[in-house]
Write a protein that binds this ligand. Structure first.
Ligand SMILES: C[S@@+](CC[C@H](N)C(=O)[O-])C[C@H]1O[C@@H](n2cnc3c(N)ncnc32)[C@H](O)[C@@H]1O
Length: 286
């Protein structure tokens, strides 16, 4: 789009909608390009003229969308529960279904007290761990966020500031699953959305394969390598009665339930989403 310095955000929103084919996406792009702090501020500025720099930022974002880049990376931020997270190609885009995994862990952690130590293993953008730190009581909560990817942890660290004062309860650790944590740390709740796609899976959407980090997606020939490692490592790190909460693949429920039972977990439960797909595995350490 070109501008002579007099095009308004209302006009740009309309033109962007035509180009990206979606009015909501167009509005989010315009909100970011106009540096509005939120949707209300953007609406209040609809009849203001955009600066040349803002229009060229918008042009650049539209071009990235046209190349197939996911909207979340183009925007550079995405919401997860009550937190807004910076996201880029170093991290998986936080998914709505993972909000339910965070909710399941939140319920277990909130029922533990007066203190609770939680770990979000493979935190990526920080989505689950930072949401938990934000929503759990400020007093008595410690949340470890870990990842094997140093790049992902840089993003998670940058997102720490976004949860305000609750950030003081968060510890960041680099490494593979439980090995990232200091040896003395014992946990009341372990939550993870690990990689769980089988290598070569035909079910993975092309845009996910093309844009999102493969270290966040693939987990061996059956997609269970990461889940196996976490399930086997968890009993030594969970307190007795502590909970393991895992996001799992749509057809992994039976296999993960067996892994949990074999590792000595009690109260094993596979929860399904509204579409009837296996989604969350839960087990209690004995
Ligand atoms: C599916 S992504 C989940 C990211 C984030 N928790 C979320 O829900 O949006 C899996 C994450 O696990 C990390 N990961 C992969 N292998 C790992 C390992 N051996 N130890 C720790 N983290 C690992 C990846 O770097 C990635 O950030």
């Amino acid at each position: 789009m070109s501008t002579d310095g007099s095009i308004t955000w209302r006009q740009l929103w309309g033109e962007t909608s035509a180009l990206v084919g979606d009015r909501h996406e167009a509005r989010w792009l315009c909100e970011v390009a106009s540096a509005s702090v939120d949707g209300d501020e953007f609406l209040a500025r609809l009849d203001e003229a955009a600066t040349v720099r803002m229009v060229s930022h918008l042009d650049e974002m539209i071009a990235r969308c046209a190349r197939g880049e996911p909207l979340q990376y183009v925007l550079g931020e995405w919401s997860f529960r009550h937190v807004t997270l910076a996201v880029d190609q170093r991290v998986l885009i936080p998914r709505p279904e993972t909000e339910l995994v965070a909710e399941a862990a939140l319920v277990k952690a909130a029922a533990t007290g007066p203190t609770r130590v939680v770990a979000d293993l493979g935190t990526g953008s920080g989505a689950i761990g930072l949401a938990l730190a934000h929503e759990l009581p400020r007093d008595g909560t410690t949340v470890w966020i870990t990842d094997m990817s140093a790049d992902a942890l840089d993003v998670a660290r940058a997102n720490l500031a976004g949860i305000g004062p609750a950030a003081v309860n968060v510890r960041v650790a680099h490494g593979s699953w439980f090995a990232a944590l200091p040896p003395e740390v014992r946990l009341d709740v372990v939550v993870a959305n690990p990689p769980y796609v089988a290598e070569g899976s035909p079910d993975l959407a092309d845009d996910v394969r093309a844009w999102e980090p493969h270290g966040a997606l693939f987990a061996g020939p059956d997609g269970l390598d990461a889940i196996r490692a976490i399930v086997v490592g968890a009993p030594d790190r969970l307190v007795r009665g502590g909970w393991l909460v895992l996001e799992i693949g749509a057809d992994q429920g039976a296999a993960v339930a067996e892994l949990l039972q074999t590792a000595g977990f009690a109260d094993v439960e596979i929860r399904r989403d509204l579409a009837g797909r296996d989604r969350i595995a839960v087990g209690r350490s004995t």
